[in-house]
Design a protein around this ligand. Structure first.
Ligand SMILES: Cc1cc2nc3c(=O)[nH]c(=O)nc-3n(C[C@H](O)[C@H](O)[C@H](O)COP(=O)(O)O)c2cc1C
Length: 163
């Protein structure tokens, strides 16, 4: 197969599609779609999310020092798209999409109860890489729907129909 030079932007694919939820110091909740996300330590378990500083969520995560990574199923596509294309700065998008939330277990942020897995994280570091600031989150607690779990608490990810 002949190859030619291609664009370098976002060329690592497939990108994850997760919803990151957070809470500002004043108690306001928010959620945004995130593709710049990945595992970054097995032990201790850590993940990272890349947030553009102009996002309304950015200040919330920066100041609160915590966030939740919510894994998203195909059935949540419409909500994902909406949360990834509307800013809480302009409208109450969580109300518009009737996003269901509950308080996290270990951090001061909401989890999205309609998502099958919710990963609670405390920010331990952050790196401005360029367009994004990568927040390194130490995992404090993971919620998973009961039907996904075996007796040891392992998640059967094959049962999730990812977006
Ligand atoms: C598929 C997809 C992936 C996205 N990935 C990111 C991302 O990794 N980082 C980011 O800051 N914004 C990302 N966005 C954009 C934000 O989700 C979007 O700007 C959102 O409206 C910000 O909401 P907020 O201003 O309420 O925080 C993505 C959007 C979509 C649709």
């Amino acid at each position: 197969m002949k190859k030619s030079k291609a664009s370098m932007k976002s060329c690592l694919q497939p990108m994850p599609k997760v919803l990151v939820s957070c809470r500002g110091l004043d108690g306001e909740n928010n959620v945004l779609a995130v593709g710049y996300c990945g595992n970054c330590s097995y032990d201790p378990p850590m993940v990272m999310v890349g947030i553009v500083p102009t996002r309304y969520s950015y200040k919330m995560i920066k100041e609160s020092g915590c966030f939740v990574v919510n894994l998203v199923e195909k059935s949540y596509q419409e909500t994902f798209d909406y949360l990834g294309s509307h800013s809480k700065r302009d409208e109450d998008k969580l109300q518009a999409m009737q996003v269901k939330m509950a308080d996290a277990e270990k951090i001061n942020a909401p989890i999205l109860t309609n998502c099958p897995v919710n990963i609670e994280c405390k920010v331990v570091d952050s790196i401005v890489t360029g367009s994004h600031e990568m927040f390194i989150g130490k995992i404090e607690y993971v919620h998973a729907d009961n039907q996904l779990l075996d007796n040891e608490g392992n998640i059967d990810f094959s049962k999730i129909e990812f977006l």
